[in-house]
Design a protein around this ligand. Structure first.
Ligand code: NMX
Ligand code: MLT
Length: 518
């Protein structure tokens, strides 16, 4: 009993700020050795009466904490205690990687021959839908519940990830830490990472010049991807590879490149925006701001609400497991040992497609065309007619449907909550709400759409538009900045786990006919 009481005393009073975090695998790390050493020392000097009173009050604190976070219990597989002294992400990864390598080895040797399902001709002809074929550690998508980042849903991330102000939206740096380590960081860790990212944010001059070589009318995604390609000259991975780095060390320059890339893409993206819409005047990094707020600042937006929006936006768009076009492309290209810049630029080219990331641009343009045609106070009947007109002209209703999800995207829902809190009377938000009622029954009536519900892109544009970021053609660039966090985090693990060259088998129609006739 006394042992338990001492542990509580340690956890809540004696130790440096301690944070509980969720970890999908068991680790008995050096932090724990430190913990027990400290505990033994403390136990000698604490008087037993003190221990008793403190413990009673601290037990009640713990109970409150557990009661406040009931939804977390399902995703808690291992409880990891993290002290605020572990501020260095690189050394945290160094500690985690050997365990995860062992874990993968064990999965291979014990379960290597286990079948995960059948491959049908429909799957081969149908964009590999439903075919499990990739390892992606940072997130997992459930068709009904939506995305979980290292086991945590979006509402759970909103609860446990550090925010800029109490109760505010999560800081994207916190999500980056979570994706890379599987642990919820403390505020101190997130602040250290913010600082680190700011210190890497300056981009070489030739990047601006390369973008400037394009016509200012070039699509923002073309300019952005060109800028990312120009950043590639800094790649530590490709330099190390040229020098003959041992494969067991690949993850280290990949980590360096990934952090620099994540740090620098906001500045590249902001330059594209300023060049296209604000006469080219650049705004530098503000040393006092976090990643999301700084991105808004460099674009030219400084209000507290748009800063919160940007933090939320970057967090929720960061990762969507491995099979989506951009993530899968990045992972595929990186499997050839192309460095993170090359891999991420490839991913962006996939994101720029209208069925994927460009859908956010398409949604706002489509909504604006509804308003131009029917006015802001469009009736339900007018809206239905407009949707049928879109479908009958052989187009999709942008922002609805999904390759995996079969319910409303939780990323849509959290943006809706943001809108209800900050812009409930905005006419375009009200139109988006109306579409939520009107579109799904029509898509269902079509009879072929597997998911009639809205996805992330159905909502993001109206929020940005409300805060003055009205240039819809730019929206996919924002998505791209955010996606760097998820894709690059996984690239680090791809190299740490030594994942091989990706090379699935393809077949011809003749091959299929012959095979199926047998
Ligand atoms: N409007 C009209 N038709 C649709 C829609 C839609 N929103 N969604 C699906 N369909 C059609 C689809 O085109 C296909 O028709 P056909 O057989 O004639 O080719 C049929 O319904 C079956 O498609 P699904 O199996 O339901 O969807 P799939 O997995 O093939 O595609 C999307 C998923 C997301 C590409 C598709 O739903 C779509 O085109 N949505 C609109 C674009 C969009 O919002 N994309 C953004 C996705 C999220 N993101 O950011 O990447
Ligand atoms: C994404 O965020 O990547 C999209 O929702 C598309 C997908 O998951 O397939």
């Amino acid at each position: 009993m006394f042992f338990v009481l001492f542990v509580f005393v340690y956890l809540f009073n004696n130790a440096p700020p301690i944070h509980f975090s969720l970890k999908p695998f068991p680790v008995f790390s050096s932090q724990h050795h430190h913990f027990f050493h400290h505990f033994l020392f403390e136990s000698k000097v604490c008087s037993s009466t003190m221990v008793f009173y403190r413990s009673v009050s601290l037990l009640s604190k713990l109970r409150n904490r557990v009661v406040q976070q009931p939804s977390l219990t399902n995703s808690v597989r291992w409880l990891q205690i993290q002290t605020s002294s572990d501020l260095d992400l690189h050394s945290q990864l160094k500690e985690l990687i050997p365990e995860q390598q062992e874990r993968l080895k064990k999965i291979k040797s014990e379960y290597g021959k286990v079948e995960l399902g059948k491959i049908t001709v429909d799957m081969v002809l149908g964009g590999m839908r439903g075919m499990t074929g990739l390892l992606w550690e940072t997130s997992l998508l459930d068709p009904d519940e939506g995305i979980r980042f290292r086991g945590l849903s979006i509402p759970e991330c909103q609860k446990v990830l550090p925010a800029a102000k109490p109760g505010g939206e999560p800081l994207p740096e916190g999500l980056l830490w979570l994706l890379l380590t599987g642990k919820v960081p403390t505020k101190e860790q997130v602040d250290a990472l913010s600082k680190e990212l700011r210190s890497r944010a300056t981009i070489p001059d030739h990047v601006y010049k390369t973008i400037d070589a394009l016509p200012v009318t070039a699509h923002p995604m073309t300019q952005f991807t060109t800028g990312v390609m120009a950043l590639q000259t800094q790649s530590e991975f490709s330099k190390a590879y040229e020098k003959g780095i041992h494969k067991s060390k690949y993850w280290e320059p990949t980590f360096e490149d990934s952090l620099s890339l994540i740090a620098q893409v906001p500045a590249v993206a902001a330059y594209v925006y300023r060049r296209m819409y604000k006469g080219g005047e650049r705004i530098g990094v503000d040393e006092s701001l976090d990643y999301g707020a700084n991105f808004a600042h460099m674009l030219g937006f400084d209000g507290p609400e748009i800063q919160e929006l940007m933090r939320l936006y970057v967090t929720i768009h960061s990762d969507h497991e491995g099979g989506n076009v951009s993530a899968h492309t990045g992972h595929l290209v990186s499997s050839a040992l192309s460095d993170p810049y090359l891999s991420f630029a490839a991913a962006l080219n996939g994101l720029a497609g209208p069925l994927h990331g460009l859908a956010n641009q398409e949604v706002l343009l489509w909504i604006k065309s509804v308003v131009a045609d029917c006015g802001e106070n469009v009736t339900t009947d007018q809206l239905k007619d407009y949707i049928w007109k879109t479908l009958n002209s052989g187009k999709v209703v942008p922002g609805f449907g999904h390759g995996v999800l079969r319910k409303t995207d939780p990323r849509y829902m959290c943006q809706r909550e943001f809108a209800m809190k900050h812009l409930p009377n905005d006419p375009l938000f009200q139109l988006v709400s109306k579409l939520y009622d009107v579109v799904p029954p029509i898509l269902t009536e079509l009879g072929k759409v597997k998911n009639p519900w809205p996805n992330v892109d159905a909502h993001s544009g109206v929020l940005l538009n409300y805060y003055g970021l009205t240039e819809a053609r730019y929206y996919t660039v924002l998505f791209g900045v955010s996606r760097s966090i998820g894709i690059c985090s996984q690239l680090v693990w791809d190299r740490a786990l030594g994942l091989p060259l990706e090379r699935p088998k393809s077949v011809t129609m003749e091959w299929l006919e012959n095979k199926c006739k047998k």
